[in-house]
Design a protein around this ligand. Structure first.
Ligand SMILES: CC(C)(COP(=O)(O)OP(=O)(O)OC[C@H]1O[C@@H](n2cnc3c(N)ncnc32)[C@H](O)[C@@H]1OP(=O)(O)O)[C@@H](O)C(=O)NCCC(=O)NCCS
Length: 305
């Protein structure tokens, strides 16, 4: 068995393998899309060029039978997201899945010591791999999608919703850290990212909520953060904020879609999204190299396309 950096021919072979594997929930990783063009666009959009982080499993015949790559944040969260691994079939999965993940981890920048994988529950190989690695499964999350056809059900935008500014950072940080502890992006990163749509909701002179999303490389909108401050919850503020951020992302999305991921146990959020006509698109399971503190009824905090 050889696990190596990929030359140009091996990159092409790996890309074909990845695209095929992404087309089925039993072999796809959750961080990339399922359509060939979308997968390529999302790979090209990764912070570190995928050709650099790509590692391939190569048989003595020269055939590429497995691939893996990663995305990492060596600045703030010190985490990595392992994309894949993908292999040709179950036999090559048994042989190469663990070594591929180890090869991905071996090349991470110093200090990046927490790693995450994600796939549909139907990807039973991923569950076996996580167990072999000693990683922990998070709860099941549900991926939802809205399209323009759903938007007619939405209430009006909250009148107090506005674009977030740097002056919102302290209050937004407090709310973000409490609502999504340990997630993959800090409030400061959300505000600094000009490609994002980040809205805040003011109520009684306080920051009562915020929502943040982006357009992914394949053109799909992705809403990854929405929270109402604890003292303002249960007062009906969430729908106006959700309507405002959903409309903004829908308007920006070339695919005309808004996706989001929420923990199955987060009943309030599930009721809110289903009330908006968001449609269940897939189920996801995350696997983390570090222990779960407590079940957190929030979004998975992982990218879904
Ligand atoms: C999820 C969260 C944003 C909801 O905020 P909230 O203030 O508790 O909710 P609100 O009272 O404004 O609204 C929720 C209600 O909107 C309802 N709703 C759904 N669609 C609606 C619509 N189109 N129009 C009006 N109301 C709607 C929901 O069913 C729910 O009703 P209920 O009061 O009968 O339960 C809040 O609990 C929170 O910040 N949680 C922590 C972070 C989090 O989990 N975020 C979501 C992760 S993706």
């Amino acid at each position: 068995m050889t696990i190596t950096r990929a030359d140009a021919d091996q990159q092409d072979a790996a890309l074909a393998l990845i695209v095929t594997a992404q087309s089925s929930p039993t072999t796809a990783c959750a961080y990339l899309g399922t359509e060939a063009d979308g997968v390529r666009a999302e790979l090209d959009d990764l912070d570190t060029p995928w050709q650099e982080t790509l590692r391939v499993a190569v048989e003595p015949s020269g055939r590429v039978v497995g691939a893996v790559l990663h995305d990492a944040d060596p600045e703030e969260t010190m985490r990595s997201w392992i994309h894949g691994p993908w292999t040709l079939d179950e036999q090559t999965w048994s042989a190469y899945a663990v070594p591929l993940v180890r090869a991905a981890i071996d090349q991470l920048p110093p200090g990046v010591e927490q790693h995450e994988l994600s796939a549909a529950p139907a990807h039973t190989g991923m569950a076996r791999l996580a167990a072999d690695l000693g990683w922990h499964a998070t709860g099941v999350s549900i991926a939802y999608q809205a399209t323009p056809a759903t938007a007619h059900r939405w209430p009006g935008d909250a009148p107090d919703a506005r674009v977030a500014t740097s002056g919102d950072l302290p209050a937004m940080t407090a709310l973000h850290d409490a609502a999504f502890p340990g997630t993959y992006a800090t409030a400061s990163q959300l505000l600094a990212d000009e490609g994002r749509a980040t809205l805040v909701l003011e109520h009684d002179g306080e920051l009562a909520g915020y929502a943040s999303g982006e357009i992914q490389a394949d053109g799909a909108g992705y809403l990854d953060f929405l929270a109402i401050a604890p003292g303002h919850r249960g007062q009906g503020l969430a729908p106006g904020l959700l309507a405002a951020i959903s409309r903004e992302l829908l308007a920006r999305s070339s695919q005309g879609t808004v996706n989001l991921v929420v923990d199955e146990i987060n009943a309030t959020a599930v009721a809110l999204y289903e009330g908006f006509g968001y449609v269940r698109d897939a189920e996801l399971l995350g696997y983390r190299s570090w222990p779960q503190p407590q079940p957190q009824p929030q979004s998975l905090g992982g990218s879904f396309a």
